[in-house]
Design a protein around this ligand. Structure first.
Ligand code: 5GP
Ligand code: MG
Length: 192
C-alpha cells in the first residue's frame, strides 16, 4: 500500500472495514443515472413527474439525483421500516409516513437506497401501483443480487454490490454513519 492509501485507511472510522464506492465513483454514476432519466422523461410537465424518496436511507441519493435532473419534477417522501436497529431482515414492511402528493395520474419514480431481499421495494411498488399512477418506475442506488428473495423491476440502477452491510451516503447502521461521503462496508463485528 502506498503512503496515500495508508493515510486514507487511517482516516476511516474504526467500525469501517473498507470503502466500497468512493465519492467520485458515486458522483459519476448518479450523474449518468440522472442523464438517462432526464432523457427518458424529456418533455414532461412539472406537475406530472414525481420522485418519491424512501426515508431515511435515500435522502442523500435523492438530493443528488434530483439536482442533476434536467427535466422538471417534484419531490416527495415516504417513510418505511422493515428493520429494527439491526442488520437483519424480517420481511415485514411497516409504513411510518405516507406521501403528501397525489400519485394518481402522475409519473412516479420511486427512489430507493438499496435492494436486499426485495420485500421493501415490492411493497412500495404494489402500494403505488394500486393508486393508478400514469407510470411507475424505480431508481435504486445499490443492489445485492445474492440476497434477492422476491422479484421486483429496477429501471435505473447504480451499482451491484456483494452481500455485506454497507453504510454512508445516506445508509446507516442503527442510525449512524449516514453522512459519510462514501459507501463503505461495516466491520462484521459491529453488526453480528
Ligand atoms: P429489502 O426489503 O430489500 O430486504 O431491504 C431493503 C432495505 O433494507 C433498504 O431500504 C435498507 O433500509 C435496508 N438495507 C438492506 N441492506 C442494507 C445495507 O447493507 N445497509 C443499510 N444501511 N441498509 C440496508
Ligand atoms: Mg431503504
Amino acid at each position: 500500500m502506498n503512503e496515500k492509501n495508508e493515510q486514507k485507511k487511517l482516516d476511516l472510522p474504526d467500525s469501517i472495514d473498507y470503502v466500497l464506492l468512493d465519492e467520485a465513483t458515486i458522483k459519476a454514476q448518479v450523474r449518468q443515472m440522472a442523464e438517462e432519466i432526464s432523457a427518458d422523461y424529456e418533455g414532461i410537465h412539472n406537475e406530472d413527474f414525481l420522485l418519491i424518496g424512501v426515508l431515511k436511507g435515500s435522502f442523500i441519493f435523492l438530493a443528488d439525483l434530483s439536482r442533476r435532473l434536467t427535466v422538471p419534477h417534484r419531490v416527495d417522501f415516504i417513510a418505511l421500516s422493515s428493520y429494527a436497529d439491526k442488520a437483519e431482515t424480517t420481511g415485514a414492511v411497516r409504513m411510518i409516513m405516507d406521501t403528501r402528493a397525489d400519485v394518481a395520474g402522475r409519473h412516479i419514480l420511486i427512489v430507493e437506497d438499496i435492494l436486499d431481499t426485495g420485500y421493501t421495494l415490492k411493497y412500495l411498488y404494489r402500494l403505488f401501483d394500486a393508486r393508478q399512477p400514469a407510470s411507475l418506475r424505480t431508481a435504486v442506488l445499490l443492489t445485492k443480487p445474492d440476497r434477492r428473495e422476491v422479484d421486483v423491476p429496477i429501471d435505473y440502477l447504480g451499482f451491484e454490490i456483494p452481500n455485506v452491510w454497507v453504510v454512508g451516503y445516506g445508509l446507516d447502521y442503527a442510525d449512524r454513519f449516514r453522512t459519510l461521503p462514501y459507501i463503505a462496508a461495516l466491520k462484521p463485528r459491529v453488526y453480528s
